[in-house]
Design a binder for this molecule. Structure first.
Ligand code: PGA
Length: 255
């Protein structure tokens, strides 16, 4: 049985002092989590070390939201995978639709980042998802399939076992509009079948596929109840300790 992963993507929110307060709230309510659920917070870079130190005696892990694809060098303003790993992080979110849209990240770049993350023992959370126009045109499977094939190009079977995929329909991100449980399940099943086709059924069975896009306490139960939904990548609701920990509790109950 796959373990749920409940991950908070804080995006560009929380100064270090605000981050400390939010972490305090999360730790107070959910410092100890059932063994069936992994919990992750992804604050901005400047708060990563603080978060790792603050959470080191809890079950909560820390991840970054992005990284550069090269290992080091003259890339002013960038952060490498080894820096993130040495800060004590275990995960890195890659290919988020906001990075694809506002920072022109394409599949080829994301593929390089995936390789670099895995080489540095960081588990990539690969984000994929279609726009509203693409969904209306019925192209969601084609779009997501292409994103996944390109991002995993050259990643072998051993390596892919570290990867988590987050299906995040762009039309549901930060909009309050959530995919229905049926829509989520349909896409998650499609993704798992695709991974089985690219690799094998063992890989597909163990790979975690998260849903992201306006997940909150009110809809977490029905989404996490779907057979191929293995957790959530949560934006807005992860900025509130009560909402985030409530989603964790829902995942614990379903485990
Ligand atoms: P949201 O964001 O929960 O605010 O929709 C999810 C994400 O972008 O990862």
């Amino acid at each position: 049985m796959r373990k749920f992963l409940i991950a908070g993507n804080w995006k560009m929110n929380c100064t270090p002092s605000e981050a400390a307060l939010l972490l305090e709230g999360i730790k107070e309510k959910k410092g100890e989590v059932s063994e069936e659920v992994d919990v992750l917070v992804c604050p901005p870079f400047v708060s990563l070390s603080m978060a790792v130190n603050y959470l080191h005696e809890t079950d909560i892990q820390v991840g970054a939201q992005n990284m550069h694809f090269e290992s080091s060098g003259a890339y002013t303003g960038e952060i490498s995978a080894s820096m993130i790993a040495e800060s004590g992080c275990n995960y890195v979110i890659l290919g988020h639709s906001e990075r694809r849209e506002y920072f022109n990240e394409d599949d080829e770049l994301i593929n390089k980042k995936i390789g670099q993350a895995i080489s540095n023992d960081l588990a990539p959370i690969l984000c994929v998802g279609e726009s509203l126009e693409q969904r209306k045109a019925g192209e969601q499977k084609m779009v997501v399939g292409k994103q996944i094939r390109a991002a995993l190009e050259g990643i072998n079977t051993d390596q892919v076992l570290n990867v988590v995929i987050a299906y995040e329909p762009i039309w549901a991100i930060g909009t309050g509009e959530t995919a229905t449980p049926e829509q989520a399940q349909q896409m998650h099943k499609f993704i798992r079948d695709l991974v089985s086709e690219i690799y094998d059924s063992d890989v597909a069975t163990s790979l975690r596929i998260l849903y992201g896009g306006s997940m909150k306490p009110a809809n977490a139960d029905e989404l996490l109840s779907q057979p191929d939904v293995d957790g959530g990548l949560i934006g807005g609701a992860s900025l509130d300790a009560d909402s985030f920990t409530e989603i964790i509790t829902i995942a614990e109950k379903l485990s």
